[in-house]
Design a protein around this ligand. Structure first.
Ligand code: GLU
Length: 437
């Protein structure tokens, strides 16, 4: 049997990390098994569905790289893929239930007659779960069709999984207790049920259930917060799945190769924003310098900094210094513009060094006299200038960094000098020494 999985969001809000993770696991499972990944929109709740929510779901999935094979914009043999367009399909299967005597009218609505027996499900993550339907008072027959003619979630969800030939339903644990109802419906419709895998919920760092309003909940916020799609995919994968090794950084292809439902944890996953930022940093470090510059460019432009040739040359220098792309403008500003702020604490330290002013003035002169400007030549000159003044090189390095960048730390000093060029370095040194008493 070929593997067919689906993501079945209800477009009533933005794409939540929990939903995105469900989509990711369904996607990984399909890709791993050479199967098909279906996107079905469960838009039966007319009062709560919005076009914006639909668009946010599609945009979020595209940003994460979860390209679906059937559904919105793709077509497929089992459409339509919006529940709002499948009315005739539901009517047809409802008739099947009626013919079999499995539904009865109750005040205008129609109830499904459960088989009064224990229903055992073998969940691929949760294991065996049994729900006993023998006591009708605990498990009353359920409404499948409302008095206004609309069908309930359980019924349409089952009909769609049946018609779309879904082999594996991977969804959140909040649906675990719906599954016995779904199994009863499959049986009544004489159709084999798919395999089910219910994945553990996501909790906030404090252990409370993560809801739509919690920090980090909306996938749509991630791009402008400076995250990159592959990093968020990686982070979501680790939220409830374990590769059973110490490794943590994976590309999508590596996740496809490694993913298994056996690797999905039984316990709830804890959302950790710091971890997400760390994973993002690891993905930035794996980017080529030019791709990094490209990815950060919109943030730098938005901060009002130039993004031309000079930007492309300096961007790689700060790649190792940021976790999020939003941090790039602050990290790079002094490399692009001469009016940068000086960190007061760093300035304090320079002022405490009596030799700083003379050393920096000597260095400015020596820099001007250098026959050629290169990273190696500037580094060598720093050593020589310090030595000539009877100082240690460290006594010069720190004030030099502050004079050139306004801060105590950053990329390699030689690299900074190299990209800034001789004239800029000398003029920064001079305006800085002018501020020293
Ligand atoms: N529309 C349902 C939800 O968003 C889908 C449940 C399922 O995956 O079966 O929770």
């Amino acid at each position: 049997m070929s593997v067919r999985t689906r993501f079945a969001p209800s477009p009533t809000g933005y794409l939540h990390v929990g939903g995105a993770r469900t989509a990711l696991f369904s996607y990984l499972y399909a890709r791993k098994h050479g199967g098909t990944f279906v996107l079905r929109v469960e838009d039966t709740d007319e009062a709560r569905n919005t076009q914006e929510a639909r668009d946010a779901i599609f945009a979020g999935m595209r940003w994460l790289g979860l390209d679906w094979d059937e559904g919105e914009g793709k077509g497929g043999d089992y459409g339509p893929y919006n529940q709002s367009e499948r009315r005739a399909n539901y009517d047809r299967w409802f008739e099947v239930l009626r013919d079999k005597g499995r539904v009865y009218e109750d005040g205008g609505a129609w109830r499904f007659r459960f088989e009064r027996k224990p229903v055992v499900m073998q969940d691929l993550v949760c294991g065996e779960v049994t729900i006993d339907y023998r006591d009708e008072s605990n498990t009353p027959d359920m409404v499948v069709r409302r008095s206004d003619g609309s069908y309930v979630f359980h019924f349409v969800n089952v009909v769609d999984d049946l018609e779309m030939k879904i082999s594996h339903v991977i969804r959140g644990e909040d649906h675990l207790m719906n599954t016995p109802k779904h199994l009863q419906l499959f049986e009544a419709l004489d159709a084999p049920a798919p395999h089910y895998a219910h994945i553990p919920l996501i909790q906030n760092p404090d252990g409370s259930k993560m809801s739509k309003r919690d920090t980090g909940a909306a996938v749509g916020d991630y791009p402008r917060q400076g995250f990159v799609g592959p990093a968020v995919v990686n982070f979501l994968a680790l939220l409830g799945w374990s590769p059973k090794s110490e490794e943590e950084i994976f590309t999508m292809d590596e996740l496809i190769a490694r993913f298994s439902l056996e690797g999905v944890n039984r316990a709830p996953a804890r959302f950790d924003a710091e971890k997400c930022a760390w994973v993002n940093q690891q993905h930035l470090l794996k980017m080529s310098p030019s791709f990094f510059a490209e990815s950060a460019r919109p943030f730098v432009a938005e901060a009002g900094l130039p993004t031309g040739e000079a930007y492309s040359a300096v961007a790689p220098l700060v790649r190792e210094k940021v976790r999020l792309l939003t941090e790039v403008p602050a990290a790079i500003g002094y490399l692009l513009q001469d009016d940068f702020a000086i960190d007061p604490e760093a300035m304090e330290k320079v002022r405490a060094n009596d030799a700083a002013k003379d050393l920096l003035e000597a260095l400015a002169r020596d820099f001007l006299a250098l026959p050629e400007w290169s990273v190696g030549a500037t580094k060598q000159q720093i050593g020589e200038t310090a030595k000539a003044a009877g100082a240690k090189v460290g006594q010069l390095m720190f004030p030099l960094r502050v004079a050139i960048s306004g801060r105590a730390g950053g990329p390699d000093l030689g690299d900074i000098l190299g990209v800034l060029g001789r004239q800029r370095c000398v003029s920064r040194l001079r305006s800085f020494t002018a501020t020293l008493a």
